[in-house]
Write a protein that binds this ligand. Structure first.
Ligand SMILES: C[S@@+](CC[C@H](N)C(=O)[O-])C[C@H]1O[C@@H](n2cnc3c(N)ncnc32)[C@H](O)[C@@H]1O
Length: 161
């Protein structure tokens, strides 16, 4: 499989899983978190499908497309290993949906990162809340749920409290 194929699978899976997770959590009232803004493509999609929600963006250095740059009060600048514990103190277990696309090009490094960040993400979700991740996560209390039909297994993961 080419890198182009892998990239297309990842993009299609992100969109399918975000649409699915937004629909499944529509009745929850809490905030939404985007971990890793990058160019802002997934953030822009989240704004489109959840226009009435506060979406907080966690990023160490904002360099997104101007159309996809969050307002200052919704931007949580810094390393997620510092900002996620601060978010837990601020929001508690109230978050409706967390999307994470924090990885780079090395699958091995992404897996190490996912193991380290999982315990910081886990306590933030409200009951019924979902996490959508491009990497497999390592949670003790969240369960992995089925992907929507148009997502590619292994390219995206959904976890539920
Ligand atoms: C693959 S990009 C996200 C792409 C985004 N989903 C999009 O659609 O454009 C990953 C982003 O995560 C951010 N990131 C990676 N590790 C981070 C960390 N420890 N703390 C905060 N941000 C981090 C990087 O700066 C990068 O912008």
């Amino acid at each position: 499989m080419s890198r182009l194929d892998l990239f297309i699978d990842r993009m299609m899976s992100q969109r399918a899983c975000l649409n699915h997770a937004a629909a499944l959590t529509a009745d929850l009232t809490g905030p939404v978190f985007e971990l890793g803004l990058g160019n802002g493509r997934t953030y822009h999609h989240m704004l489109e499908i959840m226009p009435d929600r506060e979406i907080y963006v966690f990023e160490r250095a904002v360099a997104s497309h101007p159309d996809s740059t969050p307002a200052g009060n919704l931007t949580v600048l810094g390393d997620v290993f510092d900002t996620l514990p601060e978010a837990l103190a601020r929001f508690g277990a109230t978050v409706r949906l967390i999307h994470a696309d924090l990885g780079g090009h090395s699958a091995e490094k992404n897996d190490i990162f996912a193991r380290r960040v999982s315990p910081l993400v886990e306590p933030l979700l409200a009951t019924g809340g979902l996490m959508v991740s491009s990497d497999r996560m390592y949670f003790e209390t969240l369960k992995e749920i089925d992907l929507p039909e148009d997502a590619v297994p292994g390219r995206c993961f959904i976890y539920q409290r």
